[in-house]
Design a protein around this ligand. Structure first.
Ligand SMILES: [Zn+2]
Length: 204
């Protein structure tokens, strides 16, 4: 068999076939994976990760078992994929209050799920980022996040909370984000696609 081996981070372009549906699934062999792993990309494409020392048959069975999860994940992706920012202008004070209220709810929910505690929240309007997590455990969030779809807002909150455990954007950081929010890549993609439009919303 001529399967490419990669170090885990990049998907190898090996097209296999989904045994159940005949649809195309990208298979990648990972030296790091300990068990089969399925992800759904923002465009709905399915990637099956097969451990280098694992059995492909077992991975395909896992893929079969994952079909309900794949369908649910695709539905969630479709729900957020192309919702554009809703407004052309917003009142700054009202937007800040709305963002703060939503942020408090999301921080409560997600920090409880993660078992991580932040030390305070600041709402700002930076030009270049959606949030940050300071070394003192304070979280800063963009007041424009209330203009994004709720799950995109939730992703930014999850992202910053995960920085309480891991600084930087290494593999362990993204593993934690993925565990907390398996479809997070769709929300990152939304921000890349529509982030500039959120910044164009005029605050009065
Ligand atoms: Zn980050």
């Amino acid at each position: 068999m001529n399967k490419p081996v990669d170090k885990g981070a990049r998907a190898a372009p090996f097209a296999g076939r989904d045994a159940t549906r005949g649809e195309l699934v990208t298979e990648r062999i990972s030296v790091r994976a300990r068990r089969p792993w399925v992800t759904v990309r923002p465009d709905g494409a399915v990637v099956l990760t097969i451990p280098l020392r694992g059995s492909r048959a077992a991975a395909l069975r896992f893929l079969d078992d994952s079909q309900p999860w794949i369908e649910r994940t695709r539905a969630r992706l479709a729900a957020v994929a192309d919702v554009p920012p809703p407004v052309a202008s917003a009142e700054r004070r009202a937007l800040r209050a709305r963002t703060e209220q939503l942020a408090c709810q999301l921080l409560d929910q997600e920090s409880a799920r993660l078992g991580l505690r932040h030390q305070g929240l600041r709402i700002r309007d930076p030009r270049s980022r959606w949030g940050s997590c300071g070394p003192d455990g304070h979280i800063m969030l963009s007041m424009r996040l209330a203009l994004a779809p709720p799950e995109v807002f939730r992703y930014v909150v999850v992202h910053e909370l995960c920085h309480l455990r891991w600084h930087g954007h290494g593999r362990r950081f993204w593993d934690l984000v993925r565990r907390q929010m398996p479809e997070f890549e769709a929300h990152r993609a939304w921000l890349r696609r529509h982030g500039a439009a959120l910044h164009r919303v005029v605050l009065t």
